[in-house]
Design a protein around this ligand. Sequence first.
Ligand code: GDP
Ligand code: IMO
Ligand code: MG
Length: 420
Amino acid sequence: MVVGLQFGDEGKGRVVDLLAGGYDVVARYQGGANAGHTVVAMGRKFVFHLLPSGMLYPGKLCVVGNGVVLDPEQFFRELEELGPERAEVLVSGCAHVVMPYHKVLDALEEEAKERRIGTTRRGIGPAYADKHGRSGIRVYDLCDERGFAEKLRPILELKNRVIERVYGGRPLSFEEVYEPYADYGRRLKPFVGDASSAILEALRGGRRVLFEGAQGVMLDVDVGTYPYVTSSSTTSAGACVGTGVPPTAVGRVIGVVKAYATRVGEGPFPTELEGDLGEHLRRVGHEYGATTGRPRRCGWLDLVALKYAVEVSGAEALAITKLDVLKGLEEIRVCVAYVDAGGTRRERFVPETGFLSQVKPVYRSFKGWDEDLSGCRKLEDLPSAAREYVEFLASQLGAEVLMVGVGASREETILCSSWR
Ligand code: GDP
Ligand code: IMO
Ligand code: MG
């Protein structure tokens, strides 16, 4: 299982793409088209929002699990962009559909808020709210043409009342929603099935399944920096509910960590760098959202938060990405503790916005390096300062290093002895 240990955009897509060659099934289990997972391979750049990052392997099976909220428009756009050389796709009939009114409401709710979350406006929060409020439309419903019309009518009426009366927005007509979505239902049918059974059968048959998390631990709706989170369970635990497999089916958890920290959207970020250094990381690391194009906030690595993320996700192995981006810095800092408003040193992360907005980071300083890392293929190839940095992270997090990214492409990777 691959999970992001920070605020998303750690490089999960590239790690999943690398691993996928050794697996039979790759499954997304939560989130929706708010995700943007980049893979640079075969001289091209692919960004997956909804489809798993194993899509570049013909012969493999990619699953969109029941825990994902599926935007059919995005689903077909991605399939089209990929062309015929791709993995097979199975969509869980139990996955909920992101409807047009979810996107409208996502935007209206954000506009109306005094303190915005900075959502991707992909309808994620409203779609999960309907799922849990039991007024969602599932992929199965969309594929049942007559039933869909009957389900949609009263829901849309209610949504329109909220859109119009609460927010003063423009209501959506039945036809403008029903017709394109009934058509999506017809087109989706060949992809739809019982994804949970398919995964369990694969596991029983001794085949290998890779679960691909979206977002990151800090954006988890329960253990993240609520309310500045996404609306799903982004940790490893989410994989079970989001694909319908028992916890006993899960093997190793691989945590993805960017060599520094970024965050898109609002919310506490104790190690944020606001001046030139932040701008430097943004420029060198191309830190602009893969989904919305927004500039990502950049900062130093936060070990207090990372230790917590490793604990709650059960990560035993690390994929460290973007080490190459740190080249040329005289000093690299890592936050090893916080000092709270009362001046007390705090070493344990508390997922509470009030606490996180007032703490000040305590840094440990590391020497930088000037060498270009993109040609390194073994840990021994790294300059000693870069190696020291990697070893420090691994020892602090109590996890083995599986790979280190030294560039965005498949080839620009150090695979460690623990890689398999
Ligand atoms: P994800 O959402 O976790 O899959 O990450 P994103 O794709 O949103 O963001 C990661 C960005 O960093 C993408 O543009 C990747 O192509 C790029 N990337 C991933 N690993 C590396 C690396 O090791 N070095 C560099 N320079 N770029 C990387
Ligand atoms: P990947 O999978 C980074 C952030 C948004 C916002 C908050 C809630 O590429 O790592 P939402 O639209 O989910 O309701 O927004 O979560 N967010 C992400 N940040 N990477 C992502 O996905 C994200 N998906 C959502 O910026 O702060
Ligand atoms: Mg991303």
